[in-house]
Design a protein around this ligand. Structure first.
Ligand code: BGC
Length: 475
């Protein structure tokens, strides 16, 4: 199914069921700036970004989109966009600067105002509690390698639940624990910059425990909204039929997908292939009581999808924006190209049909244990100018979004390959071009262009396309 241009808007709109949520997603550290304003404490990402060589071209997150000072303008952009829901993240160090102990009134007030502005604009708030900005004092004590971070996270979640629980419609505990473990603790390309490879696996268990304890803390705080988690998933394919490629693809699938979703949805870690058991040993030792804590009933499952991954035997060139690191070169595999697909600015394959395939895989794996699902992130970066004088014609992004949403809807409609998956909504990553982690400002994902010198916001054609979609379904 090709879904492009104005016809596509009508086609897509007609496929949206009446309660389907259209949204946009963001993360505090990528947009807020004001890192030491209003009593915010430093996070592991503040410290990482200051280390020479960690961020492409030495870009600094200190101002980012200045959203901390411009939230009303940004909410106005969303109101005009016509979306139903905004997924944002609460910065833990902004509301609890040390990650333990006292809370920061100015930080709590900032999110209070944001939530109220959203509600006034008719936009339902989806709040993520952790999108990678661990308070620095906790990172100094080992961060997610330290079990007590899970308990601190539950305390912070309880406080957020008590303060905002009357108005937040959906809670997301963690964003992509896989990215934190792989990029942050295993490969060292994200904060906190450790390259522990398989020794990073305790950070999986502690994040999942943090998730489970936070779910219970939110429920105990009496929050009104639904509770879920946002996991990144990529269908994993072997580069060839060779046994080693197939085996390593299985291992990669465990690391990428299953060690996060299985305990949350099924209450146990997956069994690794025999030869890979030593790598996963630490997870095998999880106690039953931890697994019970992790395996909490959820109101929804958040799926972040960007692209499939192909795995080939042996070290080799990787598609990381920061190139192949020393740690990657020590792995027994690397990710390979999909020559049949075009690529995004990051070099990621544009493979919308894999979103439908992924939904099928998730249902096959988890069956009735898979809660109704939101696509909590979907989007793409493309090379775009730093300065613009009007809307840019980002047809590549429109095609990307239309085809991904189109495939997700087709797959989950009657007769589709994942018709038994209940799809509740779709959140575009992201509203504003922003600080793209280790890639700095080099990758623009926004529906709205941001000039990082003047901070001027200029909606792109994709913004108007999404607006037309939101309007068309009401027509
Ligand atoms: C993350 C975002 C990030 C996006 C694009 C997702 O994995 O949640 O924070 O900007 O990918 O890299």
């Amino acid at each position: 199914m090709t879904v492009q241009g104005s016809v596509a808007v009508q086609v897509l709109a007609a496929r949206l069921s009446p309660g389907f949520t259209l949204g946009v997603a963001s993360a505090a550290f990528q947009i807020e700036g004001s890192l030491s304003a209003g009593g915010r404490g430093p996070s592991g990402w503040d410290a990482f970004a200051e280390k020479p060589g960690s961020i492409l071209d030495g870009h600094s997150p200190a101002v980012a989109c200045d959203h901390y000072n411009r939230a009303p303008e940004d909410v106005e952009l969303m109101r005009a966009l016509g979306i139903d829901s905004y997924r944002f993240s609460i910065s833990w160090p902004r509301i609890q600067p040390d990650g333990t102990g006292p809370f920061n009134a100015a930080g709590l007030d900032f999110y209070d105002r944001l939530i109220d502005q959203l509600l006034e604009a008719g936009i339902s708030p989806m709040a993520t509690l952790y999108h990678w900005d661990t308070p620095l004092p906790l990172e100094h004590r080992g961060g997610w390698m330290n079990r007590s971070t899970a308990e601190r996270f539950a305390e912070y979640s309880a406080a957020a639940g008590r303060r905002f629980g009357d108005r937040v419609a959906q809670w997301v505990t963690l964003n992509e624990p896989v990215s934190v473990t792989l990029n942050g603790y295993a490969l060292g390309v994200h904060a906190p910059g450790h390259d522990l490879l398989f020794k990073a696996l305790p950070s999986v268990h502690h994040q999942l425990l943090g998730h489970g304890l936070a779910v219970q803390a939110l429920r105990a705080a009496g929050v009104k909204g639904g509770i879920g988690v946002a996991n990144l998933h990529s269908p994993v394919r072997p580069a060839s039929r060779k046994i080693s490629d197939r085996l390593l693809a299985k291992v990669f699938d465990l690391m990428m997908n299953r060690v996060y979703a299985d305990p949350i949805l099924l209450g146990h870690y997956p069994k690794p292939p025999l030869i890979a058991r030593p790598w996963f040993r630490s997870l095998g030792k999880a106690s039953d009581s931890d697994l019970r804590n992790i395996h909490q009933p959820l109101d929804f499952y958040g799926l972040n999808y960007y692209c499939p991954v192909k795995v080939a035997t042996g070290p080799g060139p990787d598609h990381s924006p920061v190139g192949t690191t020393e740690a990657m070169a020590r792995l027994p595999f690397h990710t390979a190209d999909f020559p049949e697909y075009g690529t995004t600015g990051f070099g990621w394959p544009v493979a919308p049909e894999h979103l439908g395939i992924l939904l099928r895989e998730l249902k096959d794996r988890y069956g009735a244990a898979l809660p109704p699902l939101y696509i909590t992130e979907s989007g793409a970066s493309f090379p775009e100018p730093d300065h613009v004088s009007g809307p840019i014609a980002d047809t590549n992004r429109i095609d990307y979004l239309a085809s991904h949403l189109g495939h997700a809807l087709a797959a989950t409609s009657p007769g589709g390959i994942a018709e038994d998956v209940e799809l509740l909504g779709y959140y575009v990553w992201t509203l504003l071009d922003n600080f793209e982690w280790a890639a700095g400002f080099s990758q623009r994902f926004g529906l709205v262009h941001v000039d990082f010198d003047t901070l001027e916001r200029t909606p792109k054609d994709s913004y108007y396309w999404y607006q037309a979609l939101a309007r068309a379904r009401r027509a």
